[in-house]
Design a protein around this ligand. Structure first.
Ligand code: GLU
Length: 471
């Protein structure tokens, strides 16, 4: 990897490429790409062995054009300020693309969670949260973190608990973080949201005849071969929804290696196997690929990098055989890789649109926290009563009673999970069409990433213009 590579620089480069297609004032464009506030912190914790260790961490608020700021907290030994800035910027564009009313933010804690006990991680997370509180960098109307690489429900639980103990009586304080366990104010459907959003996004793209013809692919996801890199929350759920909808998962990759089976892999079986043996390798019926990154180069229709940034770069982009590359991770392609894949006629479906399912459902969680009522609680029974009346009328007129199964399907009022999934599906479909409308109507726009950036810039710049925020 190039030592001088800057992830933020690469986001900026893509932004500028897109900005050239817009007519906004230079100053407005600059205000949109810069990071508004960068909080870099250091704090000590005592390790289980008695040593004191200084932890390095960040929270970046990229844009305040809408508040609160929103974005996950990454726990990784590779965290640095440049990376957190890039990821925060991507959050601004991501939220704009899927019409979620937040500015972008991101946090990072420079630790490898595998090297720490649960108790140590709890201390780190709680201390990080109190640092954020001290500097007014967290709150339901200020900045709302969420899970990211290396963090999940457990960490979000520690955050909300710490925040609530420091801000007692703030009636909306459960909305200070999303991705929480259900019992602490989480929403049903958050866990699978990013993976499901990836599936909905690619499914929508695969419905576009013009694009599929250009790639020489048939319409639809069914029967397509898929490779997923990363078996974390996003990779696991992406694989699950592709498989359940008729795609064939031919390879799965993790950092210790990858496995290949042209007949198809079941992500749950692989997940259980890895949990038991500690490795994805030697999964029954599959071929081992010791060098995990070579899995990216295997033939398939759809490649889903769902782990970290820069995994497809100037060194390996030439070898990518997939027709569609769906960026489930944030920044898995470098700008050089983007150029190479474009020349090879590949379709890159960009991160800030494709993996927006997580923040979309985070938005539904935040709305739930502010409204203090579970989604569906008010309308479920009402809808069921109406549906039952319609069924009774239908049976009266037709003289035929409905079967038990049909009756159940038609009469059902929505539960929270139904509403969350439907809201996510609708969001991804709308965003896809907004982007494709921009892209396919203007032959000058080279790729879908540029079109996505243009979609985001249009929305954010218009907002700045309408706010007249410049003194
Ligand atoms: N970390 C996720 C992302 O990169 C989710 C952010 C959120 O839910 O706020 O989009």
């Amino acid at each position: 990897m190039d030592q001088n590579y800057s992830f933020y620089g690469s986001v900026k480069k893509s932004f500028e490429k897109a900005a050239a297609f817009t007519k906004f004032d230079k100053g407005i464009l600059e205000q949109i790409i810069v990071c508004n506030s960068v909080f870099s912190m250091k704090f000590p914790i005592r390790r289980d062995n008695g040593d004191i260790e200084v932890i390095e961490a960040y929270r970046v608020q990229h844009s305040h054009h809408k508040e609160p700021c929103k974005g996950g907290i990454r726990f990784s030994e590779n965290v640095n300020q440049d990376e957190v800035m890039a990821l925060a910027a991507l959050m601004t564009f991501k939220c704009a693309i899927v019409n979620v009313p937040f500015g972008g933010g991101k946090g990072g804690i420079k630790v490898n969670p595998r090297d720490y006990s649960a108790y140590e991680l709890e201390k780190i997370t709680r201390r990080y949260t109190s640092e954020l509180v001290k500097k007014n960098f967290i709150g339901p109307g200020i900045d709302v973190p969420a899970p990211d690489y290396g963090s999940g429900e457990r960490e979000m639980g520690w955050i909300v608990d710490t925040y609530q103990s420091l801000k007692p009586g703030e009636v909306d304080n459960a909305g200070c973080v999303t991705g929480k366990p259900l019992s602490l104010g989480g929403v049903r459907g958050r866990k699978e949201a990013t993976g499901l959003g990836v599936f909905y996004g690619i499914r929508e793209v695969c419905k576009n005849k013009h694009l599929m013809d250009k790639l020489g692919l048939s319409l639809g996801v069914e029967g397509k071969t898929v490779i997923v890199q990363g078996m974390g929350n996003v990779g696991y759920h992406s694989a699950k929804y592709f498989r359940e909808n008729g795609a064939i998962i031919v390879a799965l990759a993790e950092f210790e290696g990858a496995i290949y089976n042209p007949k198809g892999l079941n992500e749950e079986e692989v997940f259980q196997f890895r949990k038991k043996t500690g490795s994805i390798l030697n999964f029954p019926g599959a071929t081992n690929i010791e060098n995990s990154s070579l899995a990216l180069e295997l033939p398939c229709d759809i490649l889903i990098p769902a782990a970290l940034e820069n995994v497809i770069n100037a060194h390996n982009a030439h070898n990518i055989k997939a027709s569609i590359i769906g960026e489930a991770a944030n920044g898995p392609l470098t700008p050089e890789a983007d150029e190479i894949l474009l020349k090879k006629g590949k379709l890159v479906v960009p991160d800030m649109y494709l993996n927006a399912g997580g923040v979309t459902v985070s938005y539904f969680e935040w709305v739930k926290n502010l409204s203090h009522v579970r989604h569906g609680r008010l309308e479920k029974k009402f809808t069921e009563n109406i549906n039952n009346t319609i069924i009774a009328e239908f049976e009266k007129i037709s003289g035929k009673p409905l079967g038990e199964k049909e009756r159940r399907i038609i009469s059902k009022g929505p539960d929270e999970i139904d509403l969350v999934h439907s809201g996510l599906e609708e969001t991804m479909i709308t965003a896809t069409h907004e982007i494709l409308d921009i892209w396919l109507k203007n032959p000058e726009i080279p790729d879908m990433r540029t079109a996505s950036f243009i979609s985001a810039i249009n929305k954010v710049a218009t907002m700045y213009g309408e706010l007249g925020i410049f003194p």
